[in-house]
Ligand binder design. Structure first.
Ligand SMILES: NC(=O)c1ccc[n+]([C@@H]2O[C@H](COP(=O)([O-])OP(=O)(O)OC[C@H]3O[C@@H](n4cnc5c(N)ncnc54)[C@H](O)[C@@H]3O)[C@@H](O)[C@H]2O)c1
Ligand SMILES: [Zn+2]
Length: 365
């Protein structure tokens, strides 16, 4: 089992990573004094797969009164679900010293973290992420929240967990499409921060797709190290943390114009990275050789959804509505080279359009 520390002063916390480490969860909680009163939040899918195992590990009753199971799906990431959670927490006598444990993918993590940030003005919480995306991204960094009818993740807080426990062996039940979506975020870390890691991924990608745990463990660890480092330097996304948005300006636009129904988030990010890499090439940042290296790796991420019917103008309009627009300026994270990016707020429209056309298969440029 490996350990990483997220350095945030008095809010610092450990991330434990390993294969088959879930049975040690109780000890981990006890070691930081959080084991005595725990309430788990999970969803129906994860509960069916791992619920009884987790109940046994945490010595919770089989009736599961402190095991709150919400329905599965992004559409339940809303305040109404959180309200239901507060009610249950109150009914079963949870107090200021109760630890909320998020057990699931990014949706469960974001909801449970938000519930923890707000219940009784904040109780400790712990992340036990079960999707690859949640293990390398959403469980680390303290962004918690829910969606609003007017947009995704508009209601939320920065609220750091007290501990993150990542057992990569639970990925064995993850549907292939979810694995691919998570791998997109993995590739992102190589591009924004670490050229050696990028090369390592390029060489070993089939092993990751084949879910070789030893390899997966290493990769998840490197991603968490990079995210921790970025978050430690800029917890509240004033500047550096924005680099984590590489692929996301176009990615979010793709999700928005398709009503958040067609793409998995990671799929949209993989496509967004292709498009934004093309912009970087057009702007003279990325060399053609490196652009092609990135393309080759991204092409190994299978994407189920099609780009059919998506228009570049609609994408451009959606980009301008994104949260990342500040003072009316569109911000795009562009790779200078593999392993290094810059945050640009002056990308000219013709260059943006080159990237968008490249994506939807219209090669006029
Ligand atoms: N807080 C952040 O910093 C941050 C960062 C990125 C994404 N997010 C959020 O994360 C969410 C997406 O997370 P996600 O991709 O994990 O989706 P998800 O939570 O919907 O999980 C995907 C699917 O996998 C299932 N699942 C989970 N673990 C499983 C397992 N071990 N075996 C089999 N099935 C399993 C889930 O039930 C679900 O059906 C979005 O809401 C997004 O906004 C948050
Ligand atoms: Zn993302």
């Amino acid at each position: 089992m490996n350990q990483i520390k997220v350095e945030l002063g008095e809010r610092s916390y450990p991330i434990f990573i390993g294969t088959g480490i879930l049975p040690k969860l109780k000890e981990m909680l006890d070691s930081i004094g959080l084991g005595r009163s725990v309430a788990v939040i999970t969803n129906t899918t994860v509960d069916k797969l791992y619920g009884s195992q987790l109940r046994a590990i945490l010595q919770l009753s089989a009736e599961g009164e402190r095991f709150i199971v919400i329905p599965d799906g992004e559409r339940y990431k809303v305040l109404k679900t959180v309200e239901g959670i507060y009610t249950r927490l109150l009914e079963v006598g949870c107090e200021r010293n109760t630890t909320i444990l998020a057990f699931g993918g990014g949706v469960v993590g974001d909801i449970a973290g938000f519930a923890a940030a707000t219940f009784l003005r904040g109780v400790p919480y712990v992340q036990v992420p079960t999707t690859l995306l949640a293990q390398v991204d959403s469980s680390v960094g303290g962004k918690v929240g829910v969606n609003h009818p007017k947009g995704k993740n508009l209601i939320g807080a920065f609220y750091q967990p007290r501990l993150v426990c990542i057992d990569v062996s639970v990925l064995q039940t993850l549907p292939e499409r979810e694995l691919m979506a998570g791998l997109a975020e993995v590739v992102k870390y190589g591009v924004i921060w670490d050229a050696d890691f990028f090369n390592f991924l390029a060489e070993n990608f089939p092993k990751l797709v084949g879910l070789e745990f030893a390899m997966m463990e290493k990769v998840v660890q490197r991603c968490c190290e990079i995210k921790s480092e970025v978050v430690a330097q800029d917890e509240r996304e004033k500047n550096l943390r924005m680099i984590l948005n590489f692929g996301h300006t176009v990615g979010h636009a793709l999700e928005a114009v398709t009503g958040y129904k067609r793409f998995r988030h990671g799929e949209a990010v993989a496509l967004g990275m292709r498009s934004e890499a093309k912009m970087a090439l057009a702007r003279g940042f990325l060399s053609r050789t490196e652009f092609e290296k990135l393309e080759n790796l991204l092409n190994q991420i299978k994407i189920k959804a099609t780009l059919q019917g998506i228009e570049t103008d609609a994408l451009h309009s959606a980009m301008k509505l994104d949260k990342k627009v500040r003072d009316g300026k569109l911000r795009i994270v562009l790779p200078k080279k593999l392993g290094q990016v810059v945050i640009c707020d002056d990308v000219e429209k013709p260059i943006i359009m080159v990237g968008l056309r490249y994506l939807v298969g219209d090669r006029r440029s």
